[in-house]
Design a protein around this ligand. Structure first.
Ligand code: S3P
Length: 439
């Protein structure tokens, strides 16, 4: 059992680069594995989730190695070059890997079983298996629509027009990736914009994707060509330090080379509306993704209303935004965010429980939360094995009246393996302890 012990106080200062974007890293590995030729990745996230994606492709015969400059080198086998794995694929904690790979596996000539850890085995998969089945895939799931998934090979997929009922980039990506193996045209209509890394990267790997308003289409039977890709730092990881600097007196931090794709910058827009002092510098574009350096200074935040359309653009940042709301003056109300209940944990309930334990008035709603800014007390928090909950409460300690202990933190390694050392580097008084449980 891993624990964080975080003492209050201090100032946040320094210049840091957080690890590579998780969503982009997963996708580059997938497309690189299925491309013709070599894909060379700089800045790829090497955390448990993306290592699960790499391990899955290695198990299907794709050579993946690291060179002396720390780049990940993938020897792509082409869209039809994967080999059947000899065992079920273990996907760990990674919902993105499982859902995107479900689309890819549906198009293979062999059958595959995919399982994962306790949290992944509880996550809803019918959102992808239903549309894939409409395309002609044959997939077995557990009775309640959760993993393990058994995807039967040798099916003929047909393109579909899929009107997506939830705004999910994982579902959109799954269907588009399956569409590469389908006859004809596959289109996904999104109810509101979701992260578009799959579309941008497909284009970068030479696969034609067409977007007209909220409808994204591609045709089956194309090819991917290996690329050299520079993965930007993950704005979802940067968000912890953005909020840390906002809520702490006399603070100023510079976050370098952060991805600022407009489908991901909801956290910046929301914090700026709360009164945050955030500036973007040195804006540039690399491999079709916008990037900037982000400077954040201390500010006095105030509560706001956050509505449904903003939710997908900040979907992973709500745990840390709830900490910002707890440190803000007045009330913050979030609605239209029921998806938070089916992430790595039920992020509405787990955050509300944790905030209440620390003396904050946080009332969970079916589709959101109402938080009154207030004084944070010391206490013991259970992160329920959710990486983003653990990191969020570590940041909350900056404003607490005493030490915050956070339990069940090992899964921080799924997205941000060096969180503790970077946090210490910028001035957070955090230590990590590992409790060995003996019988
Ligand atoms: C992701 C999409 C989001 C996000 C997840 C990563 C992706 O999930 O929460 O962490 O890489 O496509 P949904 O598409 O289910 O909202």
């Amino acid at each position: 059992m891993q624990k964080f012990i975080v003492k209050p106080g201090g100032e946040i200062r320094g210049t840091i680069r957080v690890p590579g974007d998780k969503s982009i890293s997963h996708r580059v590995v997938m497309l690189g594995a299925l491309a013709k030729g070599i894909t060379q990745i700089s800045g790829c996230l090497e955390a448990e989730d993306t290592l699960s994606t790499m391990a899955a492709f290695k198990a299907m015969g794709v050579p993946i190695e690291k060179n002396s400059q720390g780049q990940i080198i993938i020897h792509g086998v082409g869209l039809h070059g994967l080999q059947p794995p000899t065992e079920p694929l273990y996907i760990g904690n990674s919902g993105t890997t499982m859902r995107l790979m479900a689309g890819l596996m549906a198009g293979q000539k062999f059958s595959v079983e995919m399982g994962g850890d306790e949290s992944l085995l509880q996550r809803p998969m019918t959102r992808v298996t239903k549309p894939l089945t409409t395309m002609g895939a044959k997939i077995l799931v557990a009775d309640n629509g959760t993993p393990p998934l058994i995807i039967l090979g040798k099916q003929n997929l047909q393109g579909i027009d899929y009107d997506m009922p939830i705004a999910s980039a994982q579902v959109k990506s799954c269907i588009l990736l399956a569409g590469m193996y389908a006859d004809g045209k596959t289109c996904v209509i999104e109810p509101s914009p979701t992260r578009d890394h799959t579309e941008r990267l497909l284009l970068g790997f030479g696969y034609l994707v067409n977007r007209e308003e909220n409808k994204i289409c591609l045709k089956g039977g194309g090819q991917l060509q290996g690329q050299s890709i520079d993965v930007p730092a993950d704005i979802s990881s940067a968000a912890f330090f953005i909020v840390a600097a906002c809520i702490t007196k006399n603070s100023e931090i510079l976050l370098e080379h952060v991805g600022i794709n407009p489908t991901r910058t909801g956290v910046i827009d929301i914090l700026q509306r709360m009164g945050a002092n955030i500036e973007l510098y040195n804006q540039r574009e690399i491999n079709g993704e916008p990037i900037a350096d982000i400077r954040v200074r201390s500010s006095n935040l105030h509560g706001i209303n956050i509505s449904k359309e903003q939710v997908p653009l900040a979907i992973d940042e709500f745990p840390i935004l709830f900490i910002a709301a707890a440190c803000a003056e007045g009330e913050t109300v979030l609605t239209g965010a029921e998806e938070l209940r089916v992430k790595e944990s039920d992020r509405i309930q787990v955050m509300a429980d944790g905030l209440q334990k620390l003396g904050i008035d946080a009332v969970p709603q079916a589709d959101g939360i109402i938080i009154q800014g207030g004084k944070i007390r010391s206490g013991v928090i259970n992160s329920h094995g959710d990486h983003r909950i653990a990191m969020s409460f570590a940041i909350a300690a900056l404003r607490a009246s005493g030490t915050i202990n956070i339990e069940d933190c090992a899964n921080v390694a799924t997205s941000f393996p060096n969180f503790v050392s970077l946090a210490q580097h910028v001035g957070i008084k955090i230590i990590k302890t590992t409790v060995v449980l003996t019988k």
